[in-house]
Design a protein. Structure first.
Lengths: 127, 815
């Protein structure tokens, strides 16, 4: 695990929360899963910028996502990643009257994040 | 029957002075059903009290203790929603699809065997009742029943392949178990005081039209008995009107039929039923063959009389003739005999003796002998006469015989001349008979007995033939008439039977109509009386719910009956009266439906001490949600109110308005694992989550370091929002404006700026302000929460949560 955390590991943790019924995490898992998934996404992007020596690490998530479009061959994935990122971001902040995300929503977002991680992973490594 | 209704109706009859009306007994009988109505009309005085009462078990009042759902709709493995059995408000909060509604639906299905929200939907909706992730399906609910120390458990279980309606139901209750839901005595109340209200139902209540709404509301008033009584009266009246109409129609056909029957009876029947008033007694007499005096029936009688004529019997003629002849012969042979001479001498002497007796002694007037008649002569001749009479007796007998024989012809043909004269009137030819009869009666003028015998002998033959011919003609005519009449008579008889009933029934119609009219008016009065408190309560609820709505709700009334029954809602929009429901928004319509149905579900006579409302806040704006929270708070004073809701609006309103409420969160994991969790307010919940992750959750430390600050941020954001909302709404700012401002304040710093300075743009002042006014530790916790932290040992994570909690409490104090 790198200092920043391996994005795949973070995502596995997020994913694990969805699939296991555990009284200890009853009810809190949707937010925790969202927090972890957002960090996984963050870490994946940071890794990408570092390997490419682009210095985008400090930029806002929005900027990073805009730049991502130029560095990914798959424009569709870039768009999906943008959507999932903003949804996860929203789930990680308190909004009036909104309840925690549902299982289905989280599954969608997590699968996009996983796809992105796979896409930007350094050659020779895979999750 | 509801005995209260009978009392109400009786006292109303007394009150308006109708109790002694002829139809008043019918009104009371109608409450006992149609049989009772018919009995009264038939003169059998059946008291309505004697009519079989509909009995149902006394309903028990019950609170909900728990609902357990397994393999049903959104819930896979069994999950139990525990509730506090008593008055109070419980909010069950969960996103759509979380499985929360499965508890509401489950309870409804458990108790009613069906769910109203499925009724309007496609079959595929209904078929989806099973949870795909879990083979077993079961619903259980535990109720705390008033007056019973052990809870009552109702369950409904399905075998693996069982259809929706193939469940086994069991009821476990103190004092006896049963498999019958009816044993709970809730069957009627589930309809009339329906304790379930779902979003769909709220919407459809007003969509389905005024008569449906009427039915839904009027069912609580317990007026079914009145409606049934009215129906009974109407039915009895309609039966009679129908029978009369059928009889009248049949009469038309019968008259047509009788027109073709050439028979005086047909004409007579026609005459008595042609008019508006029918003389059914006369019809019956005609059928019975009794002459009613008119010329009509006499014709048939005449024919019958002639048809029964008998010709002179030949053996009697022969006997009479031979007697005449013998008597004549006897007379001849007696002439000149001693007896005859004695008879004649006696006759002369008797005359002489009467002469002497009358004129006294004197000469004989026959021989002229002087002084021949004196006393001695008279005495002597008296004896002589006696002797002579004795000697003449034989001659007297012969004479009497002859006289008797002479009269015998008169009895041989006893024809009544009146009857014969009438025969001419019915079209029979009397010429031959009158000819023969003329010859026959010549007998009266013949003094010679032998000649008379000859006459009788010769005239009797033609007379007999004439009688037989006339009689046969009469019989033929009679047969012809009967042939035409008899089938018609059968029809008349058949009609008569129905007509008697119909006419008798028609006599009841007026009474029935009076009873009906009175009961209709009384029912409307009773209905209004009973509905008034509900309408009042509904108006109060509406006032809480309407908030800034332009729609004002005036009087709510149940009006009309039958197909014109409806709920009249006196709706005013911006002061304009008579507005239709169409001008109301969906949210307003839902509010209106709630206003009408919360009172219905919370009536004292309902056995349900709980109401379950599924997602009432959809399409309600935040201001209205505040009103709803107040409504629920009021209802929860003496009822257990369980509300399922899909977002945090209602819990937020309840928290902000200090409405005591227990909040349960529902979340659903993979494979329909549904989790329930008692919830604090969002700040407390996030902090609790953060602490759980920091200290106990089985997440690796590095992951916890990443998650804990995020959860603390969520807690602080929620605290800031609460502060902003309380303050601004407290100042009277409109909900929409407050929500708009909160929507623009994204991120913790901007929210904190808004919370601390009432200004979203002073984010830079937040941390210095916190350090100065709050505590440095709190400011640091704020920074860590906002920015996240790379390294966070477990102890530090716990400390962060603690500091964030203190900061949140401090922030909330700024409201």
């Amino acid at each position: 695990m790198t200092r920043d955390g391996d994005p795949s590991v973070l995502l596995d943790l997020a994913d694990g929360l969805l699939h296991r019924a555990d009284p200890a995490t009853a009810g809190l898992w949707p937010r925790v899963s969202a927090l972890l998934a957002l960090q996984a996404l963050d870490a994946a992007l940071r890794g990408l910028w570092e390997r490419r020596a682009l210095g985008l690490q400090g930029c806002s998530m929005q900027t990073q996502l805009i730049c991502l479009r130029s560095y990914l061959d798959d424009a569709g994935l870039a768009a999906r990643a943008g959507h999932s990122a903003s949804a996860l971001h929203r789930a990680c902040h308190h909004h009036p009257y909104e309840l925690a995300p549902t299982l289905g929503e989280l599954q969608d977002w997590l699968s996009v994040v996983r796809e992105l991680i796979r896409e930007v992973a350094p050659a020779g490594r895979s999750s | 029957m509801d005995p209260g209704i009978l009392g109400l109706v009786s006292s109303r009859l007394e009150a308006d002075g109708s109790a002694d009306e002829a139809w008043a007994t019918l009104v009371l009988a109608a409450l006992g059903g149609r049989d009772a109505i018919e009995a009264v009309l038939a003169g059998r005085g059946v008291s309505p009290r004697a009519a079989a009462p509909r009995t149902s078990p006394v309903p028990v009042g019950a609170f909900l203790q728990s609902i357990t759902v397994e393999g049903f709709r959104g819930v896979g493995p069994p999950q139990t929603l525990e509730l506090r059995p008593g008055p109070g408000l419980t909010l069950v909060v969960g996103r759509n699809g979380s499985g929360k509604s499965s508890f509401a639906e489950g309870l409804e299905v458990l108790l009613t065997g069906d769910s109203l929200r499925w009724k309007e939907r496609a079959a595929v909706w209904r078929e989806g009742w099973r949870n795909l992730h879990h083979p077993a399906a079961a619903l259980d609910a535990t109720f705390l029943v008033e007056g019973e120390s052990a809870p009552c458990v109702v369950s409904r279980r399905w075998e693996a392949e069982a259809a929706f309606d193939g469940a086994r139901v069991a009821v476990q209750r103190q004092g006896g178990n049963g498999s019958d839901l009816a044993s709970l005595g809730w069957t009627a109340a589930l309809l009339t005081h329906r304790p379930f209200l779902s979003y769909n139902e709220l919407g459809s209540l007003l969509d389905e039209g005024p008569s449906k709404l009427y039915d839904a509301l009027s069912s609580i008033l317990g007026l079914e008995d009145l409606v049934a009584a009215l129906d009974g009266l109407q039915e009895s009246r309609r039966c009679r009107e129908k029978a009369l109409k059928e009889t009248t129609d049949a009469r038309g056909r019968l008259l047509e039929r009788l027109r073709d029957v050439d028979d005086s009876r047909a004409r007579q029947v026609t005459a008595v039923i042609e008019g508006k008033e029918w003389d059914l007694g006369a019809v019956e007499e005609v059928l019975a063959g009794v002459a009613a005096g008119g010329s009509g029936t006499a014709e048939v009688d005449t024919l019958r009389g002639i048809a029964s004529l008998e010709p002179p019997a030949p053996e009697r003629v022969a006997a009479a003739v031979s007697e005449m002849r013998e008597a004549a012969a006897a007379t001849m042979s007696a002439r000149g005999s001693a007896a005859a001479r004695s008879r004649d001498a006696a006759a002369i002497l008797e005359l002489a003796l009467r002469y002497h007796a009358a004129h006294g002694d004197g000469d004989c007037p026959v021989c002229g002998g002087e002084g021949a008649l004196d006393g001695r002569w008279s005495a002597r001749q008296g004896e002589v006469v006696t002797r002579l009479r004795e000697a003449a007796r034989e001659a007297d007998a012969v004479h009497a015989r002859a006289e008797a024989a002479r009269r015998r012809w008169e009895d041989l043909a006893p024809l009544k001349i009146d009857a014969l004269k009438r025969a001419a009137g019915v079209g029979l030819d009397l010429g031959e008979l009158f000819g023969a009869l003329g010859t026959w009666v010549e007998a009266g003028g013949i003094s010679d007995l032998a000649k008379l015998a000859d006459h009788v002998e010769s005239a009797s033959g033609p007379l007999g033939e004439a009688v037989v011919r006339l009689r046969d003609a009469a019989r033929a005519e009679l047969g012809r008439k009967e042939g035409a009449w008899r089938p018609a008579a059968v029809e008349v008889a058949a009609w008569l039977a129905g007509a008697r009933d119909a006419v008798r029934g028609a006599g009841d119609v007026k009474r029935l109509k009076s009873a009906e009219a009175w009961l209709k008016k009384a029912a409307a009065g009773i209905r209004d009386d009973r509905f008034a408190p509900i309408a009042e309560k509904a108006a109060r609820i509406w006032d809480l719910l309407r908030q800034q709505s332009h729609v004002e709700l005036g009087r709510i009334q149940l009006t009309g009956e039958g197909t014109r029954r409806r709920v009249a809602l006196d709706v005013t929009v911006d002061g304009v009266e008579g507005a239709a429901l169409g001008v109301m928004s969906q949210g307003e319509l839902h509010s209106l439906a709630l206003s009408l149905f919360v009172p219905r579900a919370t009536l004292p006579e309902s056995p349900f001490r709980f109401i379950v409302i599924d997602d009432p806040v959809q399409s309600m704006d935040p201001a209205r949600v505040d009103g709803l929270a107040r409504v629920l708070e009021t209802a929860a004073e003496d009822r257990q109110v369980v509300v399922f809701t899909h977002d945090d609006r209602l819990p937020e309103a309840a928290r902000r308005l200090d409405v005591a409420a227990e909040i349960v969160e529902v979340t659903r994991r993979d494979a329909s694992v549904v989790e329930l969790r008692r919830a604090l307010d969002p700040v407390g919940r996030y902090l609790e989550d953060a602490l759980a992750v920091a200290s106990t959750a089985d997440l690796p430390g590095a992951a916890a370091a990443r998650v804990v600050p995020g959860l603390c941020r969520l807690a602080l954001e929620a605290a800031c929002m609460e502060v902003v909302r309380r303050r601004r709404l407290g100042r009277g700012e409109p909900h929409a404006e407050v929500e708009r401002i909160l929507g623009r304040a994204d991120g913790l710093t901007r929210l904190a700026s808004l919370a601390l300075f009432d200004d979203v743009e002073r984010g830079g002042d937040v941390l210095p302000h916190l350090r100065r006014e709050g505590s440095p530790a709190g400011a640091e916790a704020f920074r860590q929460s906002d920015e996240g932290t790379q390294e966070l040992p477990a102890a530090a994570a716990v400390e962060l949560v603690r500091q964030a909690g203190k900061l949140a409490a401090w922030l909330r104090g700024r409201a």
